[in-house]
Design a protein. Structure first.
Lengths: 202, 247
């Protein structure tokens, strides 16, 4: 059991009715902090594509215009960063990953999301299908800002937010659960905020 | 490698607070003596956990300020409206106990084998992990040349000023003061921009390795500026802290 910290008082409480929406060890913020490991990339939209790849082959690719022509959904979700902030009721618009993967026949159990700037993150197929993940391009009713991952980022709100890869450019279908960027540098391989899977071994 | 963090399960441990040293009006450095510290790399973080008498707990991440092999230190800036940083900066005393676990985050790190020249760019308390890197460089006798460009509001807001001004071979420290300068100030003024980076930063031809840490907008400007000077993005490591009001 943790020792009581001398003189530390309990100041911050989740608003009434929202306590069960804040995972353990998280605090609520109204801001939208930015965490990135390198410079913000700026790929012109005319050069931008979103691809589903497998074994070094491109299985399917969409230009920006093609992606934006697909049916989009507006979702309101809570997001949770491993650095311990959570933000409730964030509003995003994007294309469901179901819509994209439905166009490629495959039986891969995992994907590696890949991004401008070289970032990657690994996800089980079961966590990005069934209405659980989007390629999001609008946040709060406006185009997603570059520092928050624009033009498009993955949105997988039920996992810690490093899984919601910024500047996403595609999904590589994988047979194995290979670790992505932060997973290689010590983050948990899966990242469930409700089980506090922050770091390797949690 | 000796002193390198071992991978494995992170467990909470109770460390004795060995010292609380005031750095500036809003910043303290906390010396910690965790009983079972696996060692850390320069630039890594640790997590601190506070427990109130009603069982409520608050956890936060802080950059480790000391070099591998030194006593573990964190440097904490008080953030208004925060829950943890006001306690750590105002209430904590030597002799208290603090729960922590770490080290964490293995990307924004430097080892002598990574070489240089090092271009370190700090905004405010973003200097903390860069101080760990500079100390590690000194302790290991690395011959990597280093430049630190440190943006602070005013001179009294500069953290580790005595240490940075002491002068070490192969290290150049430049300050830019954004909100006010003392009489006779001959250093840089104003927020960092492309012109200042072009003047202070290693030329891209020297193949520098850059570490930038500070608030989001600062890091955006610095990282874009160095890439604009020809630094390859993969040689520019960044770490940002947002104005979350929570730390």
């Amino acid at each position: 059991m943790s020792p009581v910290t001398r003189g530390f008082r309990h100041l911050r409480r989740a608003p009434a009715g929202q306590e069960d929406r804040v995972p353990p060890g998280q605090y609520l913020t109204d801001g939208f902090p930015v965490l990135s490991a390198g410079p913000t990339p700026h790929t012109p939209l005319e050069e931008w594509t979103f691809s589903i790849t497998q074994g070094g082959q491109t299985r399917k690719s969409w230009t920006w215009q093609e992606l934006r022509a697909l049916p989009a959904e507006t979702v309101t979700v809570d997001i949770h960063c491993v650095t311990r902030w959570s933000k409730l009721d964030t509003v995003w618009q994007g294309v469901s990953v179901d819509t994209l993967l439905d166009q490629v026949e495959h039986d891969a159990p995992y994907v590696m999301a890949f991004c401008d700037g070289g970032y990657t993150t690994n996800l089980p197929i079961g966590d990005i299908t069934g209405g659980q993940a989007w390629v999001a391009f609008d946040y709060g009713g406006a185009p997603l800002e570059p520092e928050h991952g624009g033009p498009a980022r993955l949105l997988v709100p039920h996992l810690y937010f490093w899984k919601s890869a910024k500047w996403v450019r595609g999904l590589d279908l994988r047979d194995h659960n290979d670790p992505g960027f932060w997973e290689t540098y010590g983050n948990h391989i899966y990242g469930d905020p409700w089980r506090e899977q922050r770091y390797e071994g949690d | 490698m000796a002193g390198t963090a071992l991978r494995g399960r992170l467990t909470w441990q109770t460390a004795a607070v060995t010292a609380v040293t005031r750095e500036t009006a809003s910043v303290v450095t906390i010396g910690l003596n965790p009983p079972d510290w696996p060692g850390h790399q320069a630039g890594q973080h640790l997590e601190v956990r506070l427990t109130a008498d009603d069982g409520y707990q608050a956890e936060r991440e802080y950059s480790i300020a000391s070099a591998p092999g030194e006593l573990v230190e964190i440097t904490v800036e008080r953030l208004e409206g925060g829950e943890v940083s006001p306690y750590l900066t105002e209430d904590l005393r030597a002799g208290d106990e603090l729960e922590l676990r770490g080290p964490i985050a293995q990307y924004f790190v430097w080892e002598p084998g990574d070489g240089g020249p090092l271009m370190l760019v700090a905004g405010g308390s973003g200097v903390v992990p860069l101080r760990s890197i500079l100390r590690h460089r000194l302790r290991t006798g690395s011959d990597a040349q280093a430049r630190l460009l440190y943006s602070a509001r005013t001179l009294p807001d500069v953290i580790y000023r005595d240490e940075l001004d002491r002068g070490h071979d192969g290290v150049q420290v430049s300050y830019t003061l954004t909100r006010g300068q003392p009489p006779g100030w001959t250093g840089h003024t104003g927020r960092i921009n492309q012109a200042l980076l072009a003047e202070v930063a290693w030329p891209a031809e020297t193949n520098p390795l850059a570490y930038i840490c500070g608030p989001t907008s600062f890091v955006e400007t610095a990282a874009a500026g160095l890439v604009g000077l020809g630094y390859p993005p993969e040689r520019v490591k960044t770490e940002r802290f947002g104005a979350t009001g929570g730390h």
